[in-house]
Design a protein around this ligand. Structure first.
Ligand code: SF4
Length: 116
């Protein structure tokens, strides 16, 4: 299952799609929280820029539902974006975005396999 960026903005999305009912909530000390991705610029989480991706990952670091978010993203094989503090591409966690024009190692390996 993939998730459209526009779906992130739909109330109840997190509960319905990934089983999170804690988009907003209360800590045991009575203070409340909102998910960082719902209060920061959402474009950070789907940016191509290394700096923005690092900022999104950093915001996830303080998220109270990070583990559930990452688990959900892995189970859905998210096609893109930062989820649970990790960067996803084609359902895989990747370290860094590949620059335009260079094929991925998977693509190179597939081409070499086809040629052999
Ligand atoms: S871990 Fe990151 S993407 Fe997931 S809910 Fe928290 S802030 Fe949002």
């Amino acid at each position: 299952m993939s998730v459209l960026f526009s779906e992130l903005l739909v109330p109840g999305w997190a509960d319905e799609k990934i089983g999170l009912d804690a988009v907003t909530g209360t800590y045991s000390d009575g203070s409340s929280f909102n998910l960082p991705c719902h209060t920061a610029d959402p474009e950070l989480f789907f940016s191509e820029a290394d700096l923005a991706i690092a900022e999104a990952k950093s915001l996830c670091g303080g998220c109270p539902v990070r583990a559930q978010c990452l688990e959900g993203a892995l189970s859905r094989a998210e096609p893109a974006g930062v989820w649970g503090g990790e960067l996803f591409e084609d359902g895989q966690v990747i370290v860094k975005k590949r620059k335009a024009g260079r094929p991925s190692l998977r693509e190179v390996a597939a081409r070499e396999e086809e040629a052999a």
